[in-house]
Design a protein around this ligand. Sequence first.
Ligand code: HEC
Length: 180
Amino acid sequence: MDSFELNKIAAGIIIALLVGMVGSLISKEIVNPKMLEKNVLEVAVTDTGAGSDVGASSAKKEAEPIEALLAGANIENGQKIAQKICSQCHTYDQGGANKIGPNLWGIVGSKIAQHEGFAYSAAFKSQTIEWSYENLSKFLFKPRDFIPGTKMSFVGLTKPQERADVIAYLRSLSTSASHD
Ligand code: HEC
């Protein structure tokens, strides 16, 4: 091999490298277009959508602890929410009728599925829990996740403060002064 030939080989290698580099630059531009500044799916995350399970994969999976929020809960707002979205199925007054769901007087602190004259689902009847604030919160967050098979067909109250307000209202449905 003479030096001329060596030069040719060297030149060949350099050209090949250059072509490779340029090629990879171009292909990076093509394959990796600039990232969007914001996650497009963010819309679904902030949407607590009363009525859709779409986007559930990106939504919160668990109810956050409710006790702290109860301290600042607004009973009147809870009543409003309850009137608006629960009263198609529930009544709240003492001795009130069962509708699609059982009457809710005195529900806080009582055992599940105990209201007289209401035909609970098998899923409900197989439970032994008490309606503590935490259990109510988890149930109202996503009823069918907390008690699979429940016939309460309600999608859930995903906003923590709304849940706290509603639970505070439920707590007020009692003659006993022992609730703190
Ligand atoms: C579409 C009708 C419907 C709506 C809306 C609804 N519920 Fe219910 N609820 C039911 C039914 C039916 C049951 C009984 C579930 C079962 O037996 O599986 C129930 C059960 C309950 C229980 C347990 C009662 C017990 O005796 O153990 C609570 C608490 C409750 N609902 C609260 C609420 C609240 C608060 C809301 C509004 C945020 C609400 N529900 C909205 C139908 C409904």
